[in-house]
Design a protein around this ligand. Structure first.
Ligand code: GLV
Length: 335
């Protein structure tokens, strides 16, 4: 240990007094708060190097003990294998689908994440997208700004939020926040989750297709994993039906996007509010021209305030690791 309590084995104090942390691609927290982060750590910027990634990793192989990563930056088996001294991955995301957790488990690499830091912000956007899709706020904005109102056009009516049956897919911390927000609007909440939750009295469905058949809105709040990839498929969309709306603040690949686009274009479902997409930042061009679809650039997770809290969480996790202390927001890899 050095006088800061940091591990010394892989960094020369005189040349590199700050612990080294590898960044593959810069997360928003790094873009907005690099100065604060750099006061504590020496960041190795893979994206900024002229070297191909593998060569960059090989060059720094023995000095990298920690990676700072984010939700759209894959940390693959290959990356982990090229870094024999790696002990920690800190991701700024709540989702973990981009990290090879199996390899982390095998290698004994710890993972820290954002936990429920963003849940309230994500839930706000889910509700915002739903109200927008129902009451046509974005469509109304286009109608006014394109001069159609002034030309005596007829803007179609929206539908009421109160009384709507809303099915939440994934009742984790985001799903619970969505339910908490929609109850006072007079919505009836139903949900589908891996397990029935004793903390809520909402009707539970173990099958997402049955949930879809019994509600008018599906809000996707679950994580992406092998079980949830394309779980919202043609059958589920058809069960949701012609008056049904789909809101996605989880991950794009939870929905079979191609099938959703077809359903939207053919009127098999009524509309959608989407913050996430299968191939970000690419959004299917068909969605852009549809008036019954509200689009958002995967920003549900970030507000200025939570980004500030996230910097402290990232620093806290890295400091804990380099001081051999328990992580602040560890992912339990043994579960
Ligand atoms: O999408 C972002 C996250 O998983 O935090």
């Amino acid at each position: 240990m050095d006088c800061n309590g940091y591990r010394q084995e892989n960094h020369d104090q005189n040349l590199f007094p700050k612990p080294k942390v590898l960044v593959l691609e810069p997360p928003p927290v790094f873009i907005y708060h690099e100065d604060k982060l750099s006061q504590k750590f020496h960041f190795l910027k893979a994206w900024d190097s002229p070297l191909p990634l593998d060569q960059f990793l090989t060059t720094h192989a023995h000095s990298v003990q920690a990676i700072l990563s984010h939700g759209s930056c894959p940390v693959t088996t290959n990356t982990i294998r090229l870094l024999p001294s790696l002990g920690l991955i800190v991701t700024t995301s709540a989702g973990l689908d981009q990290i090879d957790l199996q390899e982390c488990r095998r290698r004994g690499v710890s993972v820290a994440y954002a936990g429920s830091l963003f849940s309230a912000d994500v839930a706000d956007i889910a509700v915002g997208l739903l109200i927008d899709a129902l009451r046509k706020i974005s469509a109304g904005n286009r109608y006014v700004t394109q001069g159609l109102w002034a030309n005596n056009g007829d803007f179609s009516l929206g539908s009421k939020l109160g009384g709507r049956k809303v099915g939440i897919v994934g009742l984790g911390s985001i799903g619970l926040e969505v339910g908490k927000r929609l109850e006072p609007f007079g919505c009836n909440i139903l949900y589908c989750s891996r397990n029935k939750k004793s903390s809520v009295s909402y009707p539970y469905y173990s099958n997402v297709c049955e949930l879809a058949a019994n509600c008018e809105v599906l809000i996707i709040c679950c994580e992406l994993n092998d079980q949830t990839r394309h779980v919202i498929n043609k059958e589920v969309l058809l069960a949701l039906g012609k008056k049904g709306l789909i809101i996605n603040v989880g991950r794009g690949a939870i929905i079979d996007e191609q099938e959703m686009v077809r359903c939207l274009m053919q009127g098999e479902i009524a509309g959608a509010g989407l913050d996430v997409f299968e191939n970000e930042p690419h959004v299917p061009s068909e969605l852009i021209s549809l008036d019954n679809v509200v689009l958002s650039p995967h920003r549900a997770v970030h507000t200025e305030e939570t980004l500030m809290a996230l910097v402290d969480l990232v620093i806290g996790n890295l400091e804990a690791f380099f001081s051999n202390k328990p992580l602040l927001s560890p992912v339990l890899l043994d579960e």
